[in-house]
Design a protein around this ligand. Sequence first.
Ligand SMILES: [Zn+2]
Length: 247
Amino acid sequence: MRGFIILLLIASGCALHVPPTLQAPPHSFVVSTGGVNRSAIFLHRVEGGIVLIELGWWGAEEALAEGLKQLGARTDDVIAVFLTHSHRDHIGAWRSVRHAPFYLATAEEELLFGREAHGGWLPSLAEKIRGSDRPAPEEVQVHAFSSDTVFAFGRDTLRAFLVPGHTEGSTAYLFRGTLFAGDAIAKTWISGFRPALGRFSVDASQARRSLESLRERIAPFEVSLVCTSHLECSAATDEFWADVLGN
Ligand SMILES: [Zn+2]
């Protein structure tokens, strides 16, 4: 099984086309974890340590260790973890970094702990077949926010934007010109970039409205790149947004 996971990691790693701004040690690095759909962990060096966005899925702890090595850092150097949401394929490495504060939307908190069930027919079916490994409330320190919030790390600013619909507490993060959209934006082979897909989401029409609003809320800021959790990235052009929103 372990060999199989490593093979998967190698296979998914080979297919990676990560934008150079995100793969720039010692400042930033991206690792891809395995599973049905590759899930990224985005690592960023800031003043005082390493900030993570997303925690991946299968093999996440090994992948994170590799990413930290690329930045010349250790697990203890992680000073903050930002979750876009708490589906199983986004929280894989939580045990490795439970010393660090976890930031997420208030509406996602009970879902992270498994005290509320995820909606959306595929995630809820997956939980029924096999429950996911989730922290108990006493195992992590959660800092929850219930509106768009700005975090400062030395000279860096990380902006959190609530985009409910994929899950109740889905959040996109803007950091150094890249919008980390989580699963609020999806890419399919057939239709390209789209709002969160209905089969994975609690409320697909809310997900679309959240993106329409997000586009307005990020307008004052420089956004050059958008990446989903599953490492589909695009320049953040008007054409990209027209594609996503179908207008
Ligand atoms: Zn998801």
